[in-house]
Ligand binder design. Structure first.
Ligand SMILES: Cc1ncc(COP(=O)(O)O)c(C=O)c1O
Length: 366
């Protein structure tokens, strides 16, 4: 069934004025890529940096001949999260945060415990060091199996709890998160827990709690965040860790010094200061995700209940082939996430991208 742009905007419930507004934002997002592929593959924010972030980047360019001073951003992040500056460590994207945790906390006899599938950068970093990785299969509903993960924790160097889990989009709610951390603390006294919160700013689900309070309480909990998702700054490579000061001192020894660029710092400062834009992005994404869920449900497609800017969809066939077929028609979807190789991860794009992208997907899946 073809889905018109009007249909999609109607599903969005965005009202008559929304399509023009949204496409204007989308046009402003044209970057250096000259192809016309619809990019629903990398969980990026389709609108890119906010107008305030763009202006701040432009204004700071003359300063780019100087080494960066990151203290104002550390102060802003600390204020935003209700922590002290000493609890914040800037990283080159959340990816560096995951890498330095792997380098600090895993070892030949101290494996990483992670979900399968879950976001892979921390497992990749551990395996690159020759350190073992214990992959714990997800539950049938796509959620992390916290019971099985906790049982694997004794003797492990690191447990990675990706919340919401990428690629499934499933969420661990506050009470379960706190129970899991307490259990690992009690049964695995040498194990550190990294909670991946790359999509924190998108989450509107009641009962969701960040692990920041746990990271302040326990020296063995680290929160991993990024400016790549809701803030639309993926190309600038900026993230941060929140943990106790002594915990950060240990992992900081592994990081790239002065890794946050002048331009990234300026953009992030502007993004953090713009609460209305954050709220607008959150609402746009939730509306887009709900409309996409309705589109999929109407076609009888199975998906996991998701909480961020992507949806994990049972396509009932090898996703590598499906991906190639979609790309031929101009649509990029997420890579395969073994062992769930018959599921596809679809990022929530603009209404226009979703209209065209879902039409391609429906055609390919026919
Ligand atoms: C859970 C999770 N953590 C980290 C990252 C990487 O973020 P960054 O771009 O900040 O390196 C991603 C990107 O998709 C992610 O999904």
């Amino acid at each position: 069934m073809p889905l018109s742009r009007r249909d999609f905007c109607h599903l969005l419930g965005a009202g008559a004025a929304a399509p023009a507004v949204l496409s204007r934002v989308g046009e402003a997002n044209r970057g250096w890529r000259t192809d016309s592929l619809i990019r629903l593959d990398s969980n990026e924010n389709p609108y890119g940096p906010s107008p305030a972030a763009r202006a701040a980047m432009g204004a700071v360019l003359p300063e780019a001949g100087r080494y960066p001073g990151s203290q104002p951003l550390v102060t802003a992040i600390a204020r935003e999260n209700g922590v002290a500056e000493a609890n914040v460590l800037l990283t080159v994207g959340a990816t560096e945060g995951l890498g330095i945790c792997a380098r600090t906390c895993t070892g030949p006899a101290a494996p990483l415990v992670t979900g399968a599938p879950s976001y892979g950068a921390i497992a990749t970093a551990s395996e690159a060091l020759g350190h073992p990785v214990i992959r714990v299969p997800l539950r049938g509903d796509g959620g992390l199996d916290l019971d099985l993960m906790a049982r694997q924790a004794p003797g492990a160097g690191l447990v990675y709890l990706c919340n919401p889990n990428n690629p499934t989009g499933t969420l661990v709610l506050g009470p379960d998160l706190r129970r899991f951390i307490a259990r690992v603390e009690a049964t695995a006294p040498a194990t550190t827990i990294v909670v991946g919160e790359a999509y924190h700013e998108y989450i509107e689900t009641p009962g969701y709690e960040s692990a920041v309070a746990e990271a302040l309480r326990s020296p063995r909990v680290i929160v991993n965040r990024t400016f790549s998702k809701l803030y639309g700054l993926a190309g600038l490579r900026l993230g941060y860790l929140i943990a106790q000061e002594e915990t950060l001192r240990r992992v900081a020894a592994q990081r790239v010094p002065l890794g946050a660029s002048v331009v990234a710092i300026a953009a992030a400062l502007a993004a953090l200061a713009d609460a209305p834009e954050r709220e607008r992005q959150r609402r746009l994404n939730t509306a887009g995700r709900k409309a996409t869920e309705r589109f999929c449900a109407e076609r009888g497609w199975r998906f996991h209940v998701a909480h961020a800017n992507y949806l994990f969809l049972d396509v009932g066939r090898d996703v590598t082939g499906l991906r190639a077929a979609c790309q031929e028609q101009g649509l990029l979807i997420g890579r395969p996430y073994p062992p769930a190789v018959t599921w596809a991860r679809i990022t929530i794009g603009t209404p226009d991208e979703m209209e065209r992208g879902l039409a391609i997907l429906a055609r390919v899946l026919q």
